[in-house]
Design a protein around this ligand. Structure first.
Ligand SMILES: [Zn+2]
Length: 134
């Protein structure tokens, strides 16, 4: 189990199913927690498994040293989480030059307005009200 203080057992840090630098968990209003990852031997949660109406916080838990934990307090709004996967190709389109996976967490109101935190692989963070900012 991933704890709220961001510490995690090696089973999560070394999980063979997870290739991203962060894993998510949600903390519900009743303080129970649903983690994406509990280690290779356990089934993984998908964001579709999250009971979004009951979410209090979304937590992005780093799987490598040197990266920060990110916490979003959802309040009364609807939580949002997604990953954007970008591949940069060489000019002829045949070779992959680099790849970046960007995590986004945030919340949205019923009218579609929202606040989003985009977390890059170097640990930098972009705050935006635009869901398509990156
Ligand atoms: Zn995992």
């Amino acid at each position: 189990m991933v704890s709220m203080d961001g510490s995690q057992p090696n089973s999560v840090r070394l999980c063979a199913h997870c290739t991203d630098l962060w894993t998510w968990l949600v903390q519900y209003q009743d303080e129970t927690v649903l983690p994406e990852c509990q280690g290779t031997s356990m089934p993984h949660a998908a964001w579709a498994n999250v009971d979004t109406a009951r979410v209090k916080n979304i937590v992005l838990v780093p799987r490598q040293d040197g990266l920060e934990q990110v916490v979003v307090d959802v309040g009364a709004y609807s939580p949002v989480f997604f990953r954007r996967r970008y591949k940069e190709l060489s000019i002829n389109g045949l070779q992959e030059v680099s790849q970046q996976n960007i995590h986004c967490l945030g919340y949205e109101a019923a009218d579609g307005t929202g606040n989003y935190v985009f977390v890059f692989e170097d640990g930098s963070v972009l705050l935006s009200t635009n869901r398509n900012a990156v």
